[in-house]
Write a protein that binds this ligand. Structure first.
Ligand SMILES: C[S@@+](CC[C@H](N)C(=O)[O-])C[C@H]1O[C@@H](n2cnc3c(N)ncnc32)[C@H](O)[C@@H]1O
Length: 248
């Protein structure tokens, strides 16, 4: 099976021809570095795939590369790992670059999504109790499975519990963070993750929020917009297919 089939792009009914992008053309003709990393991590973690995620994670990995290239000193954190797809991609790239530091990952694991608030139930986010319950369960994962998928990365630690309470379970001391990935879908945990990490960011640190611009999870954008009004980043970039990048 070709990589376009594996990535679910080959038979997509769309005007978009993947091979018109050199990345996807290369994937079929000898391999593309990014898509190979994306697909390896997806398979290793049993994660789902879609084209928009491929695009958002491409921006995510560019920002990881940026932090590494600039030598921004500090640790790495992720809030919201589900089965570990983005975690494994980030950890793989950190390893490839011989990075020294720690990678802290926070998630409820078996708990899935936390409870929605009014900020989440806006527009397409107002889905009804049954869909909410289904989504909450869909994003549950087993900590042991994620630990197994990340076992080859000794600098990774998993912290299980609800955001923000789980932050109290880890002693970060004077640690500063060079890169934070926030992917928790909802208003409150996005708000609380940003509030927790902001005073701990290194100069030039990058925060990527995966759910910015999502119609199904509008609370994430509300949280980011409120946060950046109070703490303006040096650079703010909104992705065409969702996601936001904040550089401090
Ligand atoms: C969309 S998934 C993350 C996807 C992941 N980054 C990936 O690469 O597949 C959202 C995650 O946020 C977690 N989550 C949502 N609300 C949370 C909260 N209040 N505390 C801890 N984890 C939470 C869920 O358990 C779920 O694993």
């Amino acid at each position: 099976m070709g990589i376009l089939q594996k990535l679910g792009l080959a038979r997509r009914k769309t005007h978009f021809n993947p091979s018109s992008l050199s990345r996807y053309w290369r994937a079929e003709n000898g391999g593309d570095r990014y898509l190979t990393l994306y697909d390896e991590a997806r398979r290793a973690t049993g994660s789902t795939d879609n084209f928009l995620k491929q695009c958002r994670f491409f921006a995510l990995m560019q920002m990881v590369d940026h932090v590494l290239a600039k030598g921004i000193a500090g640790d790495v954190a992720e809030c919201g790992c589900w089965r570990g797809h983005s975690s494994r991609m980030i950890a793989t790239r950190l390893t490839e670059k011989g990075w020294q530091g720690r990678f802290f990952i926070f998630d409820s694991f078996e708990g899935g999504l936390s409870d929605l608030t009014t900020q989440d139930r806006v527009g397409a986010g107002d889905k009804g109790a049954r869909t909410e319950a289904r989504q909450k369960a869909h994003f549950a994962s087993r900590r042991d499975d994620v630990a197994a998928a990340l076992a080859t990365f000794p600098f990774v630690s998993l912290h299980e519990g609800w955001i923000p309470q789980v932050f109290d379970t880890v002693d970060l001391g004077e640690r500063r963070f060079a890169f934070v990935h926030v992917d928790v879908d909802l208003y409150e945990p996005t708000r609380d993750s940003l509030a927790f990490f902001h005073p701990r960011l290194a100069e030039g640190a990058v925060v990527v929020v995966d759910d910015y611009g999502s119609s199904g999870f509008p609370g994430a954008q509300t949280a980011v917009d409120e946060f950046r009004a109070e703490h303006p980043p040096k650079l703010f970039l909104e992705g065409q297919v969702g996601g936001a990048i904040l550089v401090y």
